[in-house]
Ligand binder design. Structure first.
Ligand code: AG3
Length: 297
């Protein structure tokens, strides 16, 4: 069945919406957690949507996954054990396994997301689920963190927006159990939403993380399929202050890894932490820069 001429649009956020022309609807299904679709779109190729929100597309998944993974994994001098919470499409797992890690545990709550992505978006995981260093657990990430005896060098949270099932992944309680599961020198990174359209959520993440971790820094990337394009991630350190490695050191780590990237570079790593004044104000807990109101406020 052809869906050409159809458009997909997310539910509006603060009266704002963007839409994608759809060639074909490849998968539609409902799990106990959410409504799952894979669409073939004209601008970005295949796209995974969860409860009507664009999660990842073939065209720009590399931006999100490289920035969620390579920034913390090159920031850490020797990441060996990595935990991923969410990330059922496998794009995060794949980027983690490009590093010389010994173990990558991926806890995803929704088995249907893994199944739909493996079948209809195989290029995103690109074999990662079959890597012997990967341990994929279908289960609740918050529960896993409370119970696990393992200690990780890096914990990554690749979640949906902070609503519904994912809300628990944005709370101080969750951040506390994440910090407990980090090894000394460990790093925690998460996607933290649109600074323009989810500014209150980003401010809350920064506040709650700073109540648990001694050092927290926001960084940015441009992700075309996400609302507002400009996107935030937040990095937190279990111990001490987060200092960006010098350019030459990041270059050395990237070269030693042999990883090929489409977005991440050592320059981008460092530049991503340069925040526009309004984002810096937001994460400092100031609602706006005087005289420069934010959209939707
Ligand atoms: N998870 C973050 C997607 C957030 C997008 N939000 C939205 N479209 N409203 C992406 C999962 C990729 N592994």
């Amino acid at each position: 069945m052809s869906d050409a001429g159809q458009w997909f649009a997310e539910p509006p956020i603060r009266g704002w919406q963007q839409r994608f022309q759809v060639r074909e609807r490849l998968f539609v299904g409902d799990s106990p957690y959410q409504h799952v679709e894979v669409l073939d779109t004209v601008p970005f190729g295949r796209m995974l949507t969860l409860d009507g929100a664009a999660q990842t597309t073939e065209a720009d998944e590399h931006v999100y996954h490289e920035m969620l993974v390579h920034v913390p994994l090159f920031q850490h001098p020797t990441p060996r054990r990595v935990l991923i919470i969410g990330g059922g499409d496998g794009g995060t797992l794949r980027r983690v396994l490009q590093h010389p890690v010994a173990l990558a545990v991926n806890v995803e709550i929704d088995e249907l997301v893994v199944r739909a992505a493996r079948e209809h978006l195989p290029g995103i995981s690109a074999g990662a689920f079959d890597d012997p260093r990967a341990q994929v657990i279908i289960g609740d990430g918050a529960h896993f963190l409370q119970e696990t005896e393992l200690r990780f060098d890096v914990i990554l949270v690749d979640s949906t927006d902070p609503v519904g099932a994912a809300k628990a992944l944005f709370s101080a309680d969750f951040f506390r159990s994440a910090r407990r599961a980090l090894a000394p020198g460990g790093l925690y990174a998460m996607q933290s939403g649109s600074p323009l359209l989810q500014s209150a959520e980003l401010a809350e993440v920064a506040r709650a993380l700073a109540s648990v971790f001694p050092s927290v820094r926001t960084y940015l990337a441009s992700i075309p399929a996400y609302p507002g394009v400009l996107w935030s991630f937040t990095l937190a350190a279990r111990d001490g202050a987060l200092e960006l490695p010098p350019q030459a050191e990041l270059e050395r780590r990237l070269a030693a890894s042999g990883i090929q990237t489409g977005y991440y570079t050592p320059e981008v790593h460092r530049a991503a932490f340069a925040l526009p004044a309004f984002v810096a104000a937001l994460v400092r807990g100031e609602p706006r820069v005087a005289g420069h109101p934010l959209p939707g406020r």
